[in-house]
Design a protein around this ligand. Structure first.
Ligand code: LLP
Length: 420
């Protein structure tokens, strides 16, 4: 069921017409559906239950996809853990009421300060991505009289068949350690007094539509766990990462039950805890970016709809040539003529588009919804061109909750000083 649908010619988020959101909070504005977020989390939990592994698995939402406190709080209340990649994300999780005992810390460049912060918080596991990081974490933990729980992120050299910018499990990626080197590094980790080996971690990429590469990676992880057990190193959990793709346009994106089936087949009969790090699949289709048409420009080769959202608000089209459906909010009885438009923002870059060659019946002042913008939308936004970041609202039934007010221009340069 879609939580964004047309009723009486008006696009709604749950029970709220989107023109009411624009009237109250202005545009550009991110709009999330609480029910859609809950349904996406439930899809994961139900899939794990259907496969009989619910009681030994934990869904750790990848905070980077959308780090809004309201969204983190919602997932925390549903019992989720969190996958973080910075001290900043850890602070957000704690501020949102997340349980540090369910936090995984991924990322190739953890600073000493971030390690200290995570040890003090008592996180569940550090996903260590290099030999040097093992040594640094050992030193930091010893200096604090602590033992850091670790897994090594192994790079299984599996092709996830997705966009090259979001493929992470190939040999050429900067992430993780080559799986062939893992036994040696685990022996080293087991010797270090500041570390406690607890798991194996692997994440091969994002927006994966084919479940086979994830299952292939899981098979390599399982073989490694057996090899380590033979070396006397016991593994408590297997972290299979995130990556499940969603439908942006016409992709055949599987539900969690079907997507996880081949991987869980590989993992059946095992005793380890199973950790998952989904980001996009929990939030992507639960959010849209609401924007208003400022001007229509008719050219010789192209027509443009200049809107008030831009690449600083939603970077995915400019960065990955990503497709987001773009829908009109209001469908009146006498629509203006349909033309093919590039939907562009006010930023001074030719790459500043949200969609190209879209057939739409537009008039100036119309509201547009850029769909499937819940993941890597607001989280990747910037202040380029000194544009304040958008407001964010959460719709819950008929209620509109402002979860982040629009930034003010004064806030943008509050930390700056002119030369003396
Ligand atoms: N775990 C780790 C270690 C990751 O690096 C990522 C995403 C995830 C989990 C979550 O993956 P997901 O379930 O969302 O696919 N900005 C890009 C996506 C970058 C993904 C980075 N890592 C985009 O807009 O498509």
């Amino acid at each position: 069921m879609s939580h964004f649908a047309l009723h009486d010619g008006l696009l709604h988020a749950e029970g709220v017409p989107l023109d009411a959101v624009a009237a109250r909070h202005g545009t550009p504005c991110y709009v999330y559906s609480r029910a859609a977020l809950m349904a996406a989390y439930d899809d994961y939990r139900s899939a794990l239950a259907a496969h009989g592994v619910a009681d030994r698995s934990l869904v750790c939402y990848a905070v980077k996809a959308n780090s809004s406190l309201a969204i983190l709080n919602l997932f925390a209340r549903l019992g989720a853990g969190f996958d973080i990649v910075s001290g900043g994300e850890l602070a957000r999780v704690l501020a949102a009421g997340g349980d540090p005992g369910k936090v995984l810390f991924s990322g190739v460049g953890k600073s000493r300060g971030e390690m200290e912060q995570a040890l003090a918080a008592g996180i569940r596991c550090f996903n260590v991505e290099s030999a040097s990081e093992l040594e640094r974490l050992n030193e930091v933990a010893r200096a604090h009289g602590a033992r850091a729980p670790i897994s090594l992120r192994v790079n299984p050299d599996v092709d996830p068949k997705t966009h090259p910018y979001i493929s992470t499990g190939l040999k050429t990626a900067k992430f993780g350690v080559p799986i062939e080197e893992a036994p040696h590094l685990y022996r080293r980790a087991a010797e270090l007094p500041g570390l406690k080996v607890v798991g194996i971690d692997c994440h091969i990429g994002s927006q994966l539509l084919d479940p086979a590469p994830a299952a292939e990676a899981a098979a390599k992880v399982v073989a490694l766990a057996d090899r380590l057990a033979a070396d006397g190193i016991a593994i408590e959990h297997l972290d299979l990462g995130g990556g499940k793709g969603i439908r942006y346009r016409d992709e055949n994106a599987l539900g969690a039950t079907d997507y996880l089936a081949p991987m869980l087949k590989v993992l059946s009969g095992r005793r380890e805890q199973l950790l998952f790090e989904p980001g996009r699949s929990l939030v992507g289709n639960a959010g849209l970016l609401l924007t208003r048409v400022e001007f229509l420009k008719y050219g010789t080769g192209k027509n443009f709809a200049v809107v008030d959202a831009a690449m600083n608000d939603l970077m995915r089209p400019a960065l990955y040539d990503a497709w987001h459906d773009i829908a009109k909010v209001s469908h009146g009885d006498t629509p203006p003529p349909t033309h093919s438009y590039d939907i562009v923002g006010p930023i001074c870059e030719s790459g500043d588009f949200l969609g190209q060659a879209r057939d739409l019946a537009l008039a100036e002042g119309d509201l547009l919804a850029v769909m499937s913008a819940g993941a890597y939308g607001m989280a990747m936004s910037s202040n380029y061109n000194t544009r304040p970041r958008a407001a964010e609202v959460m719709v819950d039934g008929d209620a509109i909750h402002l979860i982040r007010r629009r930034e003010s221009v004064a806030e943008l340069f509050a930390g700056e000083s002119p030369l003396p």
